[in-house]
Ligand binder design. Structure first.
Ligand SMILES: Cc1cc2nc3c(=O)[nH]c(=O)nc-3n(C[C@H](O)[C@H](O)[C@H](O)COP(=O)(O)OP(=O)(O)OC[C@H]3O[C@@H](n4cnc5c(N)ncnc54)[C@H](O)[C@@H]3O)c2cc1C
Length: 394
């Protein structure tokens, strides 16, 4: 009998998209897939928990080598530098070149400071002062063009939990979290008001301007996001990779991309996972395997949580016409006006739902030492809402 041919896959990245694709490929594989996970960072980090650090400590993280091992992949602690496209694309990293049958690029977006001198989420830590009484006024600014604005509202809720007034979100959105539809957005507005957060909507604070720094005693901004401009791949004006409806890089047969690295306005973990599922299915088919024909349509999910109060938001997205170009991977489905509920609308009830990964993390919460479903890593600490420095707790 002929020996079965191995099909070699490189996944570049170690975030939600890369890990989801690795898990999905392990699920679809008939044993012939040989998967390398290429990432310079040794850990998967729960990025939504970056904003919760002053209240619940640093974000939860998990070792990528061990994770890869569990899913039958091989972890390569190096960086994707360049891809030489062709029938058998070659990935180069750390001076080494290796050919693969398929490549998935999931290297995320690069955050940049939108306003000079303003604290920026994801670029350095947030100060403990935000969690302390007597902190003064706080403005959380959403730069124009930000597709996923929820972290600004979650951060404002945490800051307002000290009980002091003067916390506001400044955003270009006409209504808070308008992306979930008008009805859900109304619920968000009520939730924010009841927890002491004001919203200044429809305000455009131009990137690069000094205006942001003068908005409050403490100003925190969301970052602007840029694509990594990987050599050998096409990219748009912002450096993001254009993909087709199965996540294939436009014009390149065996190269796929998923997550924040792709062109599209909504940079969000749930959608990154959705794209990774789609790419993994296409790669498995290329390898001659038979993954399921269909999977859930793209859905935007968001969770705001403070103390014992939670608000779950959900809205279906429709695939847009890929020919319409950048920003068009998804669009709102007119059929779904959006849903808001104070009860979980999905399981596990993660702030960032990537179902394979969220289930895996939820099952290991003890080993992780925190709550992987929450926007703060260790919400059981009283510091979560009382403003006590984590380091001062017994
Ligand atoms: C504060 C905050 C709150 C958020 N809240 C939510 C939320 O509530 N819900 C939600 O769905 N989303 C949320 N998001 C968005 C979500 O975190 C991102 O959309 C998601 O992480 C994107 O996943 P990704 O795998 O595409 O990229 P990333 O998570 O950015 O991962 C990219 C990976 O690629 C690696 N890498 C980079 N360059 C290279 C290279 N050259 N070679 C190899 N590897 C490389 C990086 O080390 C990293 O491991 C939030 C983000 C932030 C910052």
């Amino acid at each position: 009998m002929e020996p079965a041919t191995t099909f070699r896959v490189a996944i570049a990245g170690g975030g939600v998209a890369a890990v989801t694709a690795m898990m999905a490929l392990a699920d679809h594989s008939d044993g012939r897939l040989e998967v390398d996970l290429i990432c310079p960072a040794g850990d998967f980090v729960l990025r939504p928990q970056l904003i919760g650090a002053p209240w619940g400590g640093p974000p939860l993280r998990t070792d990528l080598a061990a994770l890869a091992d569990e899913f039958g992949a091989h972890y390569r602690p190096t960086q994707l530098e360049r891809i030489e496209a062709g029938a058998c694309p070659v990935v180069t990293s750390d001076g080494l070149s290796k050919p693969y049958d398929a490549v998935l690029v999931a290297t995320g977006a690069t955050p940049a400071m939108a306003y000079p001198g303003v604290l920026t989420v994801g670029l350095g830590g947030l100060p403990d002062a935000l969690a302390r009484p007597g902190r003064g006024s706080v403005a959380v600014v959403v730069p124009p063009g930000t597709g996923w604005t929820l972290p600004a509202y979650q951060l404002a809720l945490l800051v307002a939990a000290t009980g002091e007034a003067g916390v506001r979100v400044v955003t270009t959105e006409p209504r808070p979290l308008e992306i979930f539809g008008t009805t859900a957005s109304g619920r968000v507005a009520d939730f924010l008001t009841s927890h002491g957060v004001d919203v200044e909507s429809g305000r455009h604070v131009a990137p690069g301007s000094q205006e942001a720094a003068e908005l409050a005693d403490h100003v925190v901004a969301l970052p602007t996001l840029h694509g990594p401009r990987i050599a050998g791949l096409p990219f748009d004006a912002d450096g993001f990779i254009p993909v087709d409806e199965i996540q294939r890089v436009r014009g390149l047969g065996a190269i796929f991309a998923a997550g924040d690295v792709t062109a599209g306005s909504i940079k969000q973990g749930g959608l990154a996972a959705h794209q990774a599922e789609r790419a993994a299915m296409a790669i498995a088919r290329m390898a001659g395997m038979s993954p399921p024909q269909k999977f859930d349509p793209a859905t935007l999910r968001g969770k705001l949580a403070i103390g014992n109060d939670e608000l779950y938001l959900r809205r279906s997205l429709a695939d847009a016409d890929p020919a319409s170009g950048r920003d068009a991977l998804y669009q709102h489905s007119d059929a779904d006006p959006g849903t808001a509920s104070d009860r979980p609308l999905w399981k596990p009830a993660a702030a960032m739902l990537a179902w394979r990964l969220s289930r895996w993390l939820d099952d290991r919460r003890r080993a992780l030492g925190g709550d992987p479903l929450s926007p703060i890593a260790r919400p059981e600490l009283p510091s979560a809402v009382m403003g006590t420095k984590t380091s001062e707790l017994p």
